[in-house]
Design a protein around this ligand. Sequence first.
Ligand code: IMP
Ligand code: MG
Length: 180
Amino acid sequence: MEKIQIEQDIFEVMISAEEIQNRVAELSTQLYNDYKDKTPVFIGILNGSFMFMGDLVKDYPGDCEVDFLKLSSYGDEKISSGKVKLQKELTCDVTGRDLIIVEDIVDSGLSIKFMEELIEHHHPASVSVVTLLMKPNSLKYNVKIDYIGFTIPGRFVIGYGLDYKQRYRNLPAIYALEEK
Ligand code: IMP
Ligand code: MG
């Protein structure tokens, strides 16, 4: 399935399922090299990161813990609302722990900025951020992303966890809105 039509829009494959799997395995290895002496807590930001998180920890060969929190910023639109809401808190105690925040995509950076401020209150030992995708040209906030899967142009993307109106998260590849 190279192209899909959604309403008036055509989406084309930007990153294949195979390319994603290979890159995720590389990221897991890189994380293991950096965290093998620790037991990090992977913190996935729901909903977008669920698939990336699953593959990332499946490939991670060391000891780790997993937790999730839920943020919302986009509503059902293709552009961010500019506001972030916490919809589900963490369940584990992250005080003194080494945290790896797992994000599907960094766009303006607002969600990561919000996360960093939220997590700071819990006094972790360390915090790093891994994102599958990054749109550097859209960045508006000063955030440091430690591990990046793919740097992409500022096009709206779906698949592999990423949605449009809550749909298409189940696609195994990343599709981008075709430029008109
Ligand atoms: P930011 O807060 O502007 O960095 O946006 C981050 C969040 O917006 C991501 O976690 C996604 O859930 C969502 N998002 C950003 N860009 C896209 C996109 O192209 N497709 C789908 N969701 C996106
Ligand atoms: Mg997200």
